[in-house]
Design a protein around this ligand. Structure first.
Ligand SMILES: [Fe+2]
Ligand SMILES: [Fe+2]
Length: 391
């Protein structure tokens, strides 16, 4: 196949996303959470468990270094966080709103007079802010469980011993992350939300895929790349000490996880054909859109029994929200670039398919931000705190 044929064969939005217009709000909202009462959700993982008899530790030096780092940077959610901290939820919501918008006003900055929110005042918006915080942390918790299952799958499916060793440490990290978000929701907030339908579709797709590198691309590059950016923003905007420390410690682990994805795929993608890389581009795009769709927080609006559809055009023009949505991609885009996915399949100097998709999503401006190959050394909270304690 000629190299220029590759882009022509990319699947359409309709085929990848089930809708032709990326921004079709009705189609996004039509996908709703089901089975809220079911506790168990089973997904086919379609993969062989792979033994390797090549036990040479350190054959992949960068993965070995990451593994050694992971062993010395473990923390204990029970004893390293102060769970006796009293959390003032209202204060937390107000502080975060101020940090994001620069205003003490909780109402969004647009005319609500012809909307279902016309009678809402400070009290209602505060309540909504508490619900939205609850929803956000609930999705973090569910996403962490997705990471736990995906990484357990990687232990089985990756053919390299250094990657199996590292992934095993990540499994422990992810168990701890599920634990901390679950405990925070349970003890410090009130109740939690079921998994968002878009996030669940994405996690199901990642686990369904039989190819070991797709687990990495979906989880370590896309979901964890977005999580690292989202945790970073929340860490910067919250003053609540328990959440702040919790996020700093989780980010310290997440930076290693994203590095694990970058270091592993960087090597593996060298071997792939243009057609195989094309499938990776499409998968990255699907993941990016599903994650963006979930930030409409439709389950919160459902709880209020408000039809959010007429509000969407306004919500989408809120400058604070636009910035937040863009920044979510500040780790993903440079990492996709480092992996060669932005412009794979086209001759040098031409725009690649994934680059064009990221342009449509208005996130391509992050392509030259630092990639996450070794950011984990800077974000190592455990090592920093240990050093400070002995100084
Ligand atoms: Fe995690
Ligand atoms: Fe992670």
């Amino acid at each position: 196949m000629a190299i220029t044929d590759v882009t022509a064969k990319m699947r359409s939005n309709e085929e990848i996303l089930g809708r032709s217009d990326l921004n079709d709000a009705d189609a996004i909202l039509a996908i709703t959470t089901l089975d809220e009462t079911d506790v168990i959700h089973a997904v086919e993982d379609n993969a062989d468990a792979i033994f390797t008899w090549g036990y040479d530790k350190g054959e992949r030096a960068k993965l070995d270094k990451l593994y050694e780092k992971a062993k010395t940077s473990q923390w204990n959610a029970t004893t390293d966080l102060d769970w006796s901290t009293e959390v003032d939820i209202e204060k937390m919501v107000r502080e975060q709103n101020f940090a994001m918008s620069g205003s003490h006003e909780l109402a969004p900055p647009f005319d609500l007079s012809n909307t279902p929110l016309k009678s809402w005042g400070d009290k209602e918006f505060l309540e909504f802010g508490i619900e939205a915080q609850n929803h956000l942390l609930s999705q973090f918790m569910h996403g962490e469980q997705g990471a736990l299952l995906c990484t357990a799958k990687i232990v089985e499916t990756v053919p390299w011993i250094d990657a199996k060793y590292y992934a095993a440490t990540q499994v422990v990290d992810e168990a701890r992350h599920v634990e901390v978000f679950s405990r925070y929701l349970d003890e410090k907030l009130e109740g939690n939300y079921p998994i968002n339908a878009h996030l669940r579709m994405l996690l199901d797709d990642i686990i369904n895929d039989s190819r070991w590198d797709m687990t990495y691309l979906g989880m370590q590059i896309m979901v964890e790349g977005l999580a690292l950016a989202a945790f970073g923003m929340l860490h910067q905007t919250t003053q609540e000490p328990l959440l702040k420390k919790l996020l700093r410690y989780v980010m310290s682990d997440e930076a290693r996880h994203v590095a694990f994805g970058v270091l592993s795929l960087e090597e593996y993608y060298q071997e792939l054909s243009s057609a195989e890389l094309r499938e990776r581009q499409e998968f990255a795009y699907e993941a990016a859109v599903r994650m963006r769709d979930r930030f409409l927080q439709q389950e919160v609006w459902q709880r209020y029994d408000i039809d959010v559809a007429p509000l969407i055009p306004m919500i989408q023009q809120d400058p604070g929200r636009i910035l937040f949505q863009q920044l979510l991609f500040s780790k993903i885009v440079p990492n996709c670039k480092k992996l060669g996915l932005l412009d794979a399949g086209v001759p040098e100097g031409q725009k690649g398919w994934l680059r064009e998709r990221f342009e449509e999503m208005d996130v391509i401006q992050f392509e030259d931000f630092a990639d996450t190959g070794d950011e984990y050394l800077e974000l190592d909270a455990v090592a920093q705190d240990r050093e400070a304690a002995t100084a």
